[in-house]
Design a protein around this ligand. Structure first.
Ligand SMILES: [Zn+2]
Length: 354
């Protein structure tokens, strides 16, 4: 990866359930559980976790806006899907379940409280009452830096296990619901992530049909020609090999195997950036971009002020990238319909692209 990911920070956004704007967090999970990968994990972002933004990833759940617990508390599905998304990334990074610890995966509440630093050091930059914006806080930051920490303790003012108090400027995921012990959120999340990571060996949905009497293959047509054979997986959706779809529409495709993404190079289509990333345990997920900057030799050009945004994701089986045919068509404005009589998908060249 272009950035060497050492830590994954978990946030809430302090918004309503449907907030997902790029530039803040790599990924946002909406209240209904939809996963929006806004920036590929190989690119650093500048401002998610103070003093800690490099070589890290930020994943957030959209919630806790207005009156927090009363208006937009975290939903069960968004917590589970955040943990699945972290497990998918950890799997890609080669992390093992027993390596999911506070040094690799922390909530913003825990990061703000420097819970990955030695207690004796953190005590010296805790128990303060001035918020970050006051001149007094400058001295705290200077002291933290002198002690070799990225920042003072600006986390919650109480922890169930006696960790020193901060001035409560950030408390993301300190709790997942108010009935929990105060500060327990990160521990609960890491347990869930470990569980999902240990389930990666057995795919959550299967590719091959379980019964020969019910084949799950699905022919994909462009007008009258068969362009691919897809699979209707056990989630009842049709997955098709991406390169067959792009070939049929004459879209050149470049694979960056080092960073693990695919770049479509065409000006014939404008993606809508509405597709959700699949959260299916057992498969690697690959980001798919349209015209991510790369020079004439194929070298990637990046800038953290203008991170590139994937328009959809695929999953890999047998070393081949598959996408949901419905998402691909919706993103690129390609008319399509399922035909139940012969279980096929019918795509057409829309009139304005002929
Ligand atoms: Zn945060």
């Amino acid at each position: 990866m272009a950035q060497n990911i050492k830590k994954i920070y978990l946030h809430w956004t302090g918004t309503s359930y449907d907030w997902a704007e790029p530039g803040h967090y790599h990924t946002v999970i909406l209240g209904n559980g939809s996963v929006k990968r806004l920036t590929g994990y190989d690119q650093p972002l500048k401002a998610h976790t103070a003093g800690r933004n490099e070589e890290s990833v930020a994943i957030a759940i959209a919630c806790m806006g207005e009156r927090g617990w009363d208006d937009y508390p975290p939903t069960a599905i968004q917590i589970e899907n955040m943990c699945k998304e972290v497990a998918l990334l950890a799997f890609q990074l080669g992390w093992k379940p027993d390596e999911i610890n506070i040094y690799r995966v922390m909530t913003h509440a825990e990061a703000a409280a420097n819970r990955d630093f030695p207690l004796e050091k953190v005590k010296q930059v805790s128990e303060w009452s001035y918020p970050t914006s006051t001149p007094q806080a400058e001295r705290y930051v200077a002291k933290a830096r002198a002690l070799g920490m990225p920042h003072e303790n600006y986390g919650p003012d109480f922890w169930f296990d006696g960790w020193p108090a901060g001035f409560f400027e950030r408390w993301d995921l300190w709790q997942l619901k108010p009935s929990e012990r105060r500060g327990e959120g990160g521990f609960i999340l890491r347990d869930k992530i470990k569980k999902y990571l240990s389930q990666m060996d057995v795919p959550e949905i299967s590719i091959k049909s379980n019964s020969p009497a019910q084949p799950n293959e699905c022919k994909v047509y462009l007008d009258s020609q068969v362009i691919a054979t897809g699979y209707i997986l056990s989630d009842n959706r049709c997955y098709v090999q991406l390169s067959k779809l792009t070939a049929a529409f004459g879209i050149p495709l470049s694979v960056n195997s080092e960073l693990g993404y695919i770049n479509l190079l065409t000006d014939k289509f404008q993606p809508k950036y509405l597709a959700d990333s699949p959260v299916i345990l057992g498969y690697r997920v690959v980001d798919i971009y349209m015209n991510r900057p790369q020079d004439a030799r194929g070298e990637i050009i990046s800038d953290s002020t203008h991170p590139a945004r994937p328009f959809m994701q695929g999953i890999i089986f047998n070393k081949v990238t598959y996408v949901l045919v419905a998402d691909f068509c919706k993103e690129l404005d390609i008319p399509f319909k399922f035909q139940s009589s012969d279980r096929s998908v019918r795509l057409s060249l829309s009139s304005n692209k002929k």
